[in-house]
Write a protein that binds this ligand. Structure first.
Ligand code: CA
Length: 251
């Protein structure tokens, strides 16, 4: 069960929070001041800190900043100050989420679960992406087809990883330009086409007989494994080659 450190100076509010959390199966501990909260966050290593911004000794934002200096523990800020600037400040100071008082126990529980899900997912190494005989190891930045490592440039790897993670869906060139290159897409820009062509070559396929990179004419590409046809095959639907791309020589 996750351990929540509740930092709240008002005894009534604090005991209501502790009771609500205990009822929902959390282990709890509490602190009534910012300094005690820092000490306990380091000593007890809670799974999440719920902290009131209005504390008697140290401003909640300062507690948050000090906490971030010594710990990566997820933090939810509870504030009675409804001003947006307070919330923005708290998020900038390192809070993972916030609640504006008064809030219900169910909302508190939902926020805690969401933050824990996010932070746990973030701390786990990403799982390799598998598409047919292709495996993309995002952590090691290695891609293999049938166990053979592909010799990819960093950009080609990024492109392949982006497409493989979205296998089965159509991805536009504009999206690739924005997400893989972090650049706007110009109408005359052949960068995406060129890299797709190089990637296609390294994946060991041609535009005529695509196995992974399926051109969706006028839209973009759909990544997905298709067994190579054994006979003449009928893959005429929407599998037109990218215009001229296979003429581009490798780097
Ligand atoms: Ca308070």
């Amino acid at each position: 069960m996750p351990h929540i450190l509740v930092v709240e100076d008002e005894p009534q509010v604090r005991s209501a929070l502790l009771r609500a959390l205990a009822d929902r199966g959390y282990a709890t501990s509490w602190a009534a001041t910012g300094m005690a909260a820092l000490e306990q966050a380091v000593r007890d290593r809670p799974d999440l800190v719920l902290i009131d911004l209005g504390l008697p000794d140290v401003d909640g934002h300062d507690v948050l900043r000090m906490l971030r200096g010594v710990s990566t523990v997820p933090v939810i800020v509870a504030t009675a100050r409804e001003e947006e600037s307070e919330i923005v400040r708290a998020l900038d100071s390192g809070a993972d989420d916030y609640l504006v008082k008064p809030f219900g126990a169910n909302q508190l529980d939902a926020r805690i679960r969401a933050v824990l899900r996010r932070t746990e997912a973030g701390s786990r190494a990403p799982q390799p992406v598998v598409v047919g005989p292709l495996t993309v190891d995002l952590a090691a930045r290695v891609a293999t087809v049938h166990g053979q490592t592909l010799d990819l440039t960093p950009r080609e790897f990024d492109l392949l990883a982006y497409l493989a993670q979205r296998a089965g869906t159509v991805v536009t060139k504009r999206e690739l330009m924005a997400e893989v290159w972090r650049a706007p897409y110009g109408a005359a820009d052949k960068t995406v086409d060129v890299h797709l062509s190089w990637l296609r070559r390294k994946l060991g396929e041609t535009a005529d007989k695509p196995q992974f990179l399926h051109t969706v004419r006028g839209v973009g590409v759909r990544f997905g494994w298709a067994e190579p046809p054994t006979t003449g095959g009928d893959d005429s639907d929407a599998e037109a080659p990218l215009a001229g791309v296979d003429e581009v020589p490798p780097p």
